[in-house]
Design a protein around this ligand. Structure first.
Ligand code: PLP
Length: 424
C-alpha cells in the first residue's frame, strides 16, 4: 500500500518499527562506502596482465622509440586501437595522460586563458555560461564552477537533455559557451541519447563562435545488457552540418583497465586539434607513451579484445545492479516513495526520493555507517532544487556488503518519507 494512504496511527507504528530496525543497524557498526563509482578490486584484477605484458622491444614502435620524448598527440598504434570506441578516425584523436578529466579541465582552462581558435579568452568576458543537463556528473560541474562559469540546469528527458530549451538558449545567448554531455549511460541516470538528440546537438547554431559540446563518452562501452543501443557518432553528424568545430569528445580507459592509471583521449576536428596541440605543447613535451603501448600490447591492438574485456566487467557488475534494483523494487515500489533509473550500462542508479527527503536519507545512512554521495552532488553548485536526487554507486562493495547497504538505504528512505508525512 502507498505510504501516503496510511492513517496517522498506521504511519506512526510504521515509523516506530523502522526506528527499531535502524537501531539494530547502528549497533552493527557498519562501515560501507557507496559514495563514488569506483571499480572493485576484482575489476581491477581483470587488468593485472597490463603490469607484465610489455617488453623493452615493444617500445620500439611504428613511430619510433616510445621510451623517449616526442609524439605529443600519442602513438599511432593507440589511436588505431581506440578510434572505433569513439566513432572517429585515428587522425581525429589526441591521446592524453592518465585521466580524461585532465583533458576536460585543460580545454576549459585554455578557453579561459587564451581563447579557442582565436576567439576572446573567456576571462575577458563579463559572463560565461554553460549548460548542465541534470542530474549530471559532479566533477564536470566542479570544473566550470572553478573557472567562475555560470551554470544553467537543463532537465533530462528519457532520450537526453531537453533539446527545445538548449536550442533556444544557445541560439539566443552568446555568453553560453558550452554544454556538458555524457551521451551513453549518463552519470547518474544511465540515459542514452537518441539519434534525434545527437542530430539536433550536432546541428546547433550557437550565437557564440566558440561554443563547444563537451561530449564525455566515459561509459560508451560499459554495457550491462545484450544488444546495447548505439549512440550516433557526434563528430560525423557535426561534419555533415559543417559544425565539426563545435565538438570535443572525451573518453578514457579509467573503468576499462586501471582507474587513474589508464589512457585518456580527446577527439576533435583537425582545426580544433591543431589549436589544442599548440596549447598542449607548452604544457608538456609528451604524455606517457609507455602506458599507451602497454594498453596496445595488452589488447593486442584489437578493439574487439577491449569489448571482450568489458564483458568480464559486466559479469562482475551486473549482479550488483540486480541487488540495487531488486531491493528497490521489493521495498520501495509498493510504498510509492521513490523513483529510480534502470540503467542498461554505466556505473550508477539515480534515485529520486519524495521532495525534500534526499539530504535526510543520506544523513540517516551516514549515521548508521553507510556513506553515500552527498545529496545534491549531481547538480551545479551541489544544489538539488527539490532535494530529491541520490546517486547510488554499486560497483565497489562486494555483493553481500552491497545488499546490507541497500537494506539500510531502503530503511532510511522509509524513515525519511514517514517523517515527512508525519510532519505535514
Ligand atoms: N567522466 C565521467 C562521466 C565519469 O563518471 C568519470 C568517473 O566517474 C570520469 C569522467 C572520470 O574519468 P577519468 O578517470 O578518465 O578522468
Amino acid at each position: 500500500m502507498n505510504l501516503t494512504a496510511f492513517s496517522k496511527n498506521e504511519l506512526t507504528a510504521f515509523y516506530e518499527d523502522c526506528k527499531k530496525t535502524y537501531a539494530d543497524y547502528q549497533a552493527q557498526n557498519l562501515k560501507l562506502d557507496m559514495s563514488r563509482g569506483k571499480p572493485s578490486p576484482k575489476q581491477l584484477d581483470l587488468s593485472s596482465g597490463l603490469l607484465t605484458c610489455l617488453s623493452n622491444e615493444d617500445l620500439l614502435g611504428e613511430a619510433g622509440d616510445y621510451r623517449n620524448y616526442g609524439l605529443l598527440d600519442g602513438i599511432p598504434e593507440a589511436k588505431r586501437l581506440f578510434a572505433p570506441m569513439l566513432g572517429v578516425q585515428p587522425e581525429e584523436l589526441f591521446i592524453f595522460g592518465n585521466a580524461s578529466l585532465q583533458a576536460m579541465y585543460m580545454a576549459v582552462s585554455y578557453a579561459y586563458t587564451h581563447g579557442l581558435l582565436g576567439n576572446t579568452p573567456w576571462h575577458q568576458l563579463e559572463t560565461v555560461r554553460f549548460l548542465c543537463p541534470v542530474p549530471g556528473y559532479d566533477r564536470h560541474f566542479r570544473i566550470t564552477e572553478h573557472f567562475g562559469i555560470e551554470m544553467i540546469n537543463i532537465p533530462m528527458n528519457e532520450d537526453g537533455p531537453d533539446m527545445d530549451m538548449i536550442e533556444k538558449l544557445v541560439t539566443e545567448d552568446a555568453s553560453i559557451k558550452g554544454i556538458w554531455c555524457v551521451p551513453q549511460y549518463s552519470n547518474p541516470s544511465g540515459i542514452v541519447y537518441s539519434d534525434e538528440v545527437v542530430k539536433r546537438l550536432a546541428a546547433l547554431e550557437p550565437a557564440a563562435p566558440d561554443f563547444r559540446i563537451f561530449w564525455d563518452n566515459a561509459y560508451c562501452i560499459h554495457h550491462l545488457c545484450d544488444n546495447p543501443k548505439t549512440v550516433l557518432p557526434i563528430l560525423e553528424e557535426a561534419k555533415k552540418q559543417h559544425h565539426e568545430n563545435n565538438v570535443y569528445i572525451f573518453a578514457s580507459t579509467a573503468k576499462v583497465t586501471h582507474a587513474g592509471a589508464g589512457v585518456s583521449m580527446l577527439a576533435a576536428s583537425q582545426e580544433n586539434l591543431k589549436d589544442l596541440t599548440k596549447a598542449l605543447s607548452t604544457f608538456t613535451i609528451s604524455f606517457d607513451k609507455i602506458n599507451q603501448m602497454r594498453h596496445v600490447k595488452y589488447f593486442d591492438g584489437k578493439f574487439e579484445n577491449v569489448l571482450a574485456h568489458m564483458e568480464k566487467h559486466r559479469a562482475l557488475l551486473a549482479p550488483k545492479f540486480r541487488v540495487v534494483l531488486d531491493t528497490l523494487n521489493a521495498e520501495i515500489r509498493p510504498l510509492g516513495i521513490g523513483e529510480w533509473s534502470e540503467p542498461k550500462g554505466g556505473y550508477f542508479v539515480s534515485f529520486n526520493a519524495p521532495t525534500n527527503c534526499a539530504k535526510r536519507i543520506v544523513e540517516l545512512c551516514k549515521n548508521a555507517g553507510v556513506v553515500l554521495t552527498g545529496a545534491g552532488a549531481a547538480f551545479p553548485y551541489g544544489k538539488d532544487p527539490e532535494d530529491r536526487n541520490i546517486r547510488i554507486a554499486p560497483s565497489y562493495p562486494e555483493v553481500d556488503e552491497l545488499q546490507k547497504a541497500m537494506d539500510l538505504f531502503v530503511l532510511c528512505v522509509k524513515m525519511a518519507a514517514a517523517e515527512k508525512l508525519l510532519n505535514t
